[in-house]
Design a protein around this ligand. Structure first.
Ligand code: AKB
Length: 318
């Protein structure tokens, strides 16, 4: 990778991936492209930033040509809960946006990273040790766009030779940019509430166990997969990756080790609970470990300690 475009630059993953890529490849080599939110000054000033709607195919073509892009991290996407509220918009952004990126990549010889999700599975999927290759019948629009995205990436590789690669991310935990409209967002919100108020009202039931990952591992997964020798990749797209599996009750117990008076109440949101209940509890990610050396660093105790430390610094200085 020489010149890199990151779509969804101001989102939860993009805002943390871009500084890491810029450290590695140089500030000018990494173009940040965001749609709606204003970029923070660090993102916009450290290197090229452009406003881009991924539904605008000509706009993508122009940016890729102008900056001589050879790799695209295509992160722009609506998340699960918001996609249930606006299914047509989710299809438009998540699928038509992806096809635009894949077509430009095909014409300009770019590699493409596509983040799929645990949402690509559904209620018929084995929930424990979810295999790499298994039933994928999601019952949410988000899941339908993610499984279709995996298939499209596979198709563009087989049919047109586009170097597509991707993972199925679990819920992602980070302190820099909050996620927006996801089902696993509780695992980020809980830290803000614990530090600010000492209590949290959780929208998932106490025993809803899901796969999760701390952001530094998510960034490492994307870069490691894109940098590895493509000959090693038998699957290429939709690699299961996970770092831990926990429920709201488990993370509460871990936070209480640092903030003993912290309390959680449960007010279950039926929509998000229904989505979570259709997802795996714990994926088997041995194929990613074998094919490209996936190895997470952060478990639940490490994540909680690091989140609380960074977030309390941010909250006291803001
Ligand atoms: C969401 O909750 O929608 C995302 C995801 C697991 O893909 N965080």
């Amino acid at each position: 990778m020489k010149n890199i475009l990151v779509t969804g630059a101001t989102g939860q993953i993009g805002s943390e991936l871009i500084p890491v890529l810029r450290d590695k490849y140089g500030n000018q080599a990494v173009v940040a492209a965001g749609h709606s939110r204003d970029p923070d000054t660090e993102l916009a000033e450290a290197g090229p930033f452009c406003k881009l709607d991924v539904r605008d195919a000509a706009g993508i073509e122009q940016v890729v040509a102008h900056y001589r892009i050879d790799a695209i991290f295509h992160l722009a996407s609506l998340l699960s809960a918001v996609a249930e509220r606006e299914p047509q918009l989710a299809w438009d952004i998540n699928i038509n946006g992806l096809i635009n990126v894949l077509d430009v990549a095909r014409g300009r010889g770019c590699a493409v990273f596509f983040p799929s999700s645990i949402g690509a599975f559904g209620p018929l999927t084995p929930a424990e040790n979810t295999p790499q290759d298994t039933i994928q019948h999601p019952n949410t629009m988000y899941g339908i766009t993610k499984v279709s995205g995996e298939l499209l990436c596979g198709y563009y590789h087989k049919r047109y030779g586009v170097d597509t690669r991707g993972v199925r991310y679990p819920g992602l935990i980070s302190y820099k940019t909050p996620p927006g409209g996801g089902t696993t967002d509780y695992a980020v919100e809980i830290f803000y509430s614990a530090l600010k108020h000492g209590r949290y009202e959780c929208f998932l039931a106490a025993d809803t166990r899901l796969d999760m990952m701390y952001m530094p591992d998510a960034i490492e997964a994307a870069i490691r997969l894109m940098e590895c020798d493509g000959q090693r990749l038998m699957h290429r797209n939709g690699y299961n990756v996970t770092a831990m599996s926990f429920s709201p009750a488990d993370i509460t117990r871990e936070i209480k080790k640092h903030i003993p008076d912290f309390t959680v109440d449960y007010k279950v949101d039926p929509v998000r609970q229904g989505i979570a209940d259709s997802w795996p509890r714990h994926m088997d990610d041995s194929v990613a470990r074998k094919e490209w050396g996936w190895q997470p660093q952060f478990d639940l105790p490490d994540t909680v300690a690091d989140m609380l430390q960074h977030l309390s610094n941010r909250l006291t200085t803001s």
